[in-house]
Ligand binder design. Sequence first.
Ligand code: NAP
Length: 335
Amino acid sequence: MSARLADLLPDDDIRLDAPPLRWGIAGPGVIAADFATTLLANTAQRLAAVGSRSPERAAAFAARFDAPVAGGYDVLTRDDVDVVYVATVHPAHAPLALAAIEAGKHVLVEKPFATSAAEAQRVADAARAAGVLAMEAMWTRYVPTYRVLDRVLRDGALGTVTTAVASVGWGVPRGAAGRLTDPATGGGVTLDMGVYPLWFAQFATGRATRIAAFGRRRGEVDEEFAAAIEGGGGRLATVGSTMAATTEGHAEIAGTEGRAVVAGHLVFPLGFDLTTRSGTEAWRDERLLPGRGGLAWQAAALAGYVADGVHDSPLHPLADTIALATAMDTIRAAI
Ligand SMILES: NC(=O)c1ccc[n+]([C@@H]2O[C@H](COP(=O)([O-])OP(=O)(O)OC[C@H]3O[C@@H](n4cnc5c(N)ncnc54)[C@H](OP(=O)(O)O)[C@@H]3O)[C@@H](O)[C@H]2O)c1
């Protein structure tokens, strides 16, 4: 049994060498650089253009990653761009995604997809009307750990799932400036790191049907929340996120026949430990792309879907994106 779990592979078909698309990058910031690094190192995808409010920043990014075109955000609507990766601060996600969709581009939009469920719905509707693929960059869903864990859940190894627990906290010092603490750039914990434990809860216990949440503010943004969530079939999740402290990134799913505990960190999983009546077994990611190297999986997944004519991610469909945005609306309203 031990050997069998350790050898289990995802049963979906994400290939890092999926046919290349020409990528445009919107917003040459921290995550865009991490994305470009792993895209070039670990996939067959190509960089076509970089857009920024600053031509100098776009040119510097393009030079660093050898992208042929740099300029304002309008370069992303060029004919030689197939897909736009929106990696700006959150409030610019929906406007830039809508502009790209209007130009007939597929879009991979950083999490959170939008700053509200209504905005997320507008982008989803526009993508469906244009016949392009819009996908939230919920990259954790695409790494091997969660694809295998999904398979284990579907195979019933935990029996009936009843409970999930998830927490992500990365401390941001009080008084620190930056996009996380500035309301103008969509600051606050919920829309940022809070997305991850909420996604995990949804992954484990289904889309939320009821949420009770408490939280605390830091100035004009939300600093921390704790939420009790009822998912599909009355399954329960306990979720927390904080930028007042750094937590270990615990993530666990329990059911009538056992439990699965993510190894490492919820956001940077190394695998998981599965405990059933027969004991504890480990599954570890033999193809681990460490740290944010794992962003490559979502890009390769998107390229594969486009090649296959699939216009909604089977692993994280737009309905899940909108459900997540609805949960974030509820929690932010409670805080
Ligand atoms: N998947 C992940 O692991 C992960 C990790 C970190 C962040 N993220 C997400 O990625 C996004 C960007 O985060 P980041 O850490 O890369 O931020 P960042 O380094 O501050 O970069 C954000 C970019 O947004 C652009 N931008 C466009 N309009 C802006 C405005 N009005 N004000 C400020 N900047 C604006 C800026 O580009 P120009 O000024 O050059 O136009 C800037 O380069 C966020 O939505 C975040 O949630 C995801």
